[in-house]
Design a protein around this ligand. Structure first.
Ligand code: CUA
Length: 320
């Protein structure tokens, strides 16, 4: 197959790939709408081409008969458009009913997602821990998410898992989350929220129930105090350099929620909301000069010396 055909194929494939009941509903509407719109497009294009050929001036030098309006045609296209709009209205309302999560304030959310400039906080109230940017869920299970914001409006969108939803300061929005099969689903913030809006990526990692349970268990544990002397030095620096004023590492004095919870930092695949792979080199680059890496991020430059950098990285690498 020609490359460009494959590209178009991939584009459509991606456009309608759905891995949740919610996304499937939305895709059905999209495909039906695309089909009707495509039909109208072809009809108009076809009639235009036919007219251009049949009534071209070389064939008919005289001015053709002028027609001013047709009641029959007007009744036809008014009725046809009305029916099309009415049918789509009913389908849309029914899908919205099926998709919308309950706004019932008494129903406890399984996961609370808080949008920050420019990262995602993910709390698991039932299990008592918090993580960031990578949402783990059990495959094939419907969970309720509560969406909030710590600063400006953000918007959660993982296309293959369904609808978008805004995270608005001062209010809670609810949505279901479900992935039919285990896998990693990528998404991004879809509401312009400042300089690093583009680097507010989302990863939803759906796991088999067993793997998910293991992940939960590991996250409930508190990381051990490092044995290595360099990492111990890093642990001290984490407190003295005031990292602890913004971050949480459970089991230590650091318990703030301004920046991401770092208790199990090494369990994440990426750093900085999907900006980089989680490697020692990238972590070091970030700590050395955060503003050069992600300009505008709320992490200040601490002007750490090489020795301090080594110690902090050694410590953070222990947070498995
Ligand atoms: Cu958060 Cu755009």
């Amino acid at each position: 197959m020609a490359d460009w055909l494959k590209t178009i194929g991939d584009f459509f494939d991606h456009l309608v790939s759905s891995y949740s009941p919610e996304a499937t509903q939305i895709n059905h509407i999209f495909i039906a709408f695309l089909a009707v719109a495509g039909l109208v497009f072809l009809l108009v294009l076809g009639l235009s081409v036919i007219s251009a050929i049949r009534f071209r001036s070389s064939k008919r030098p005289d001015e053709p008969k002028q027609i001013f309006g047709s009641n029959k045609l007007e009744i036809f296209w008014t009725t046809a458009s009305f029916i099309a709009v009415a049918v789509f209205f009913v389908i849309s309302v029914r899908s919205m009913e099926a998709i919308n999560a309950p706004a019932d304030k008494d129903r406890k959310a399984d996961i609370v997602v808080v949008g920050h400039q420019w990262w995602w906080e993910m709390r698991y109230p039932e299990y008592g821990f918090t993580t960031a940017n990578e949402l783990h869920i059990p495959a094939n299970k419907k969970l309720l998410m509560r969406m909030e914001s710590a600063d400006v409006i953000h918007d959660w969108w993982v296309p293959s898992l369904g609808r978008k939803i805004d995270l608005i300061p001062g209010r809670s929005n609810y949505r279901w989350i479900q992935a039919d099969t285990a896998g990693t689903y990528e998404g991004t913030c879809s509401e312009y929220c400042g300089a690093q809006h583009a680097w507010m990526r989302i990863r939803v990692i759906a796991q088999t129930q067993d793997k998910y349970n293991q992940w939960v268990k590991a996250h409930q544990e508190i990381p051990p105090i490092p044995k290595d002397s360099l990492a111990r030095e890093g642990a001290k620096l984490f407190q003295s350099k005031t990292c602890s004023n913004c971050h949480t590492i459970r089991g230590t004095a650091a318990a703030k929620r301004v920046g991401p919870d770092l208790t199990h930092l090494q369990s994440r695949e990426t750093l900085l909301s999907g900006m980089f792979k989680n490697t020692q080199k990238n972590l070091r680059r970030w700590l050395k000069n955060p503003q050069k890496v992600k300009e505008g991020a709320h992490m200040p430059n601490f002007n750490l010396s090489d020795q301090e950098l080594n110690a902090l990285v050694a410590y953070l690498e222990e947070l498995k």
